[in-house]
Design a protein around this ligand. Structure first.
Ligand code: CP
Length: 315
């Protein structure tokens, strides 16, 4: 961990895990994103990354992360080179990730990668002389999602001393793992809501408690929702269950409805990294609590800030 007043030099830096960031560094990224937000909204134009190329390597499906990285690069005047489907690439001929990364180094100024295997973004960074940005490595880390989550909380609520409930699949959901670590830098009060099969790993809870963070655990969403500023809901990660029967047992264990929200604080904000299945009733979209579509948009200014920083266009 870096000392708390340390803001790192970003140029050529890999973005792999939230554990690499101090609070001051995060605050610097979020402030940069706020400056760039009018460009993300199309209200101003920019050529900050003109002549730069971002290589996009997605070995797992994505809508928001891939498209918001592409939008971020395009809004800043840069270009995108997409590997496309894995089936259409030479990976099907047995090419290794290391060789793919070495080759792509010759085509681009930075690489964004999503891969089903935990540790793959770190591995890619070890074979890359250009910045690698982790867009999700299995059940491991998804740091750019965490940064946009923090940005959303800062814009829609407040970060310091936040009271937050994290609900859903806390075992396999990589976004909540990274978010907990980041929120610990802001003195959050965290309530974890999940069936016992999907509890947050004990090692993460211990890390949070060691950092002086108050962590409560409950299976009752009704109990948790009463006194929090933010409710962060996650999808049950069907694709990560080793046993389908185990998935079926917990598949419908959580649903946020307007009826449930009667018990909530008036200013409660509901976030979700999306995609959702049935854990948030669509009627909730019409309430002032819903901010998950705005959250998806905030991925653009945050990824613009990261790309501009690691490509050395701004400091
Ligand atoms: N939140 C998120 O990572 O969405 P995608 O899987 O669509 O990229």
């Amino acid at each position: 961990m870096y000392p708390s007043i340390y803001i790192m030099a970003f140029e050529d830096m890999h973005i792999i895990s939230m554990k690499d960031f101090s609070r001051d560094t995060i605050d610097h990224i979020l402030a940069t994103a706020e400056e760039l937000e009018p460009i993300a909204r199309g209200k101003r134009t920019s050529d900050l990354l003109a002549g730069k190329i971002l290589a996009v390597l997605f070995f797992e499906p994505s809508t928001r992360t891939r498209m918001s990285f592409e939008a971020a690069m395009t809004r800043l005047g840069g270009s995108v080179l997409n590997l496309g489907s894995v089936e259409a690439s030479s990976i099907t001929k047995g090419e290794t990730l290391a060789d793919t990364i070495r080759v792509v180094n010759g085509y681009a100024n930075a690489i964004v990668i999503r891969h089903p295997k935990e540790g793959s973004a770190k591995l890619a960074s070890e074979f890359s002389s250009i910045p690698v940005l982790n867009a999700g490595d299995g059940a491991g880390h998804h740091p750019t999602q965490t940064l946009l989550d923090l940005y959303t909380i800062r814009r829609e609520s407040h970060l310091d001393g936040l009271r937050i409930a994290l609900a859903g699949d806390l075992k396999y959901g990589r976004t909540v793992h990274s978010l907990c670590y980041a929120l610990s830098l802001y003195g959050a009060h965290i309530t974890l809501v999940s069936p016992k099969e999907l509890r947050m790993p004990n090692a993460i809870i211990k890390d949070l408690e060691d950092r002086g963070i108050e962590v409560k655990q409950t299976e009752s969403i009704g109990e948790a929702i009463k006194d929090v500023d933010v409710l962060y809901v996650t999808r049950i990660q069907k694709e990560r269950f080793p046993d389908h029967a185990e998935y079926q047992r917990v598949a419908n264990s959580l649903q946020i409805t307007p009826e449930l929200l009667v018990q909530a604080q008036p200013g409660l904000k509901i976030m979700h990294p999306l995609p959702r299945t049935n854990e948030i009733d669509q009627r909730v979209d019409l309430t002032h609590h819903a901010c998950y579509f705005e959250q998806a948009f905030y991925g653009v200014p945050v990824r613009m800030a990261l790309l501009a920083l690691v490509m050395g266009a701004i400091e």
